[in-house]
Design a protein around this ligand. Structure first.
Ligand code: HEC
Length: 102
């Protein structure tokens, strides 16, 4: 019984650790260039939409669609050229970071 509890605790620690390092990595990636348009805290600037606090699945979906060249809004061209350079891993950490702030 004790062993099972220990394994569970260990597993939870592992998962939450992995999660918080995704957020840190996403934070770093976001501040490389995304903040130029979406603002330092992802709150949006002028015609650049707010990206902080969106659902992580929504962000992943949007970034994948922009990456594949899909036009979503009237200014998609800007975002398509940004998303083209993103790897799956970068999309994952950016979504973890942006969904964690608001
Ligand atoms: C050159 C300015 C610019 C940069 C840099 C930029 N974006 Fe965007 N982003 C936009 C614009 C403009 C839109 C709205 C596009 C449209 O009309 O479809 C957008 C839309 C988005 C959306 C969808 C928002 C929604 O509500 O649907 C997400 C998510 C996003 N950007 C994330 C990012 C991330 C992550 C980065 C960094 C890799 C980034 N953006 C870099 C201009 C930019």
């Amino acid at each position: 019984m004790k062993i099972i509890q220990l394994v569970c605790v260990f597993y939870l620690l592992l998962v939450s650790n992995a999660f918080s390092s995704d957020i840190d990595a996403g934070n770093e990636r976001y501040h490389k260039n995304c903040h130029n348009c979406h603002g330092p805290a992802g709150m949006g600037v002028a015609s650049y939409p707010k990206v902080a606090g969106l659902e992580s699945n929504y962000i992943i979906d949007r970034l994948n669609r922009y990456r594949s060249g899909e036009k979503i809004g009237s200014n998609s061209g800007l975002m398509i050229s940004m998303a083209r350079k993103l790897s799956d891993r970068e999309i994952e950490i950016l979504a973890a970071y942006l969904s964690s702030i608001n």
